[in-house]
Design a protein. Sequence first.
Length: 280
Amino acid sequence: MTDLPPLREVIARHGLSASKALGQNFLFDEQLLDRIAAIPGPLRDRAVLEVGPGPGGLTRALLRAGARVTAIEMDRRCLPALAELGEAFPGRLRVIEGDALKIDPAGLFDEPYAIVANLPYNVGTALFTGWLSGEAWPPRWSSLTLMFQAEVAQRIVAQSGEDAFGRLAILAQWRSQARVAMKVHRSAFTPPPKVMSAIVHVTPQEAPAGVSMKVLARLTEAAFGQRRKMLRQSLKGVAGALDALDGLGIDPQRRAETLTVADFVNLARTLTPTAGTQPG
Ligand SMILES: C[S@@+](CC[C@H](N)C(=O)[O-])C[C@H]1O[C@@H](n2cnc3c(N)ncnc32)[C@H](O)[C@@H]1O
């Protein structure tokens, strides 16, 4: 295995004090990083997109696992440290300086790629919803392995009837499998964030036929926008939704969080113009 200097030394040598504005909380424990890099499965010769490599802790674990890594980092202070890492793994690391929110990863690859990232909370959630919201399915990525605040991870994997169940769970589960792969204690980070973290792993599944992502999004937005209200109230503004509830035998006095992901899929199918039964 390539001998690399300890991450703390890399950070000290390149003056990479953690920037709060960029949401920088670094991981230094190489065993933990190797365990994270193992979550997507065997990576030998697989393409991986890492977003926010920072000083390269997770990057080196992915490279050690045999991946070919493309990394997008917007903090240019990190680029020299990443260039050194690239020298230790010749031809295996491509670094792109930029804001991941403005880059379509599909344009960077001509093969399936796993996405792995430890990102600031707001950036991670925005990218996650973007990657899951495409109308075309399956997506070009083969899996997502992303660090979130534990509370957000809970919302992603929540089941019907749980307090955390809502739009994020439906987005993550209606045509994908989502699970919490690892909990990460706040003390594992430097500096430690205020809350606990968890890594979510998502793999795409076959999409249910005849359901438009846009229709499902409109439905869940209305239903969970007023989650304490009965469906007959919250869905009033969605054309055809009350008839669809009736057609599917769903009591309109129920609240959104009591429906299952499959219920929402069936409702969305009924309201999707190009397929399924038209209401009324
Ligand atoms: C929480 S740190 C994680 C660093 C490293 N991957 C680790 O696990 O130790 C998040 C990293 O994402 C970078 N970052 C933040 N916003 C970004 C964005 N919009 N696009 C690309 N990188 C971003 C930060 O500069 C930082 O290096």
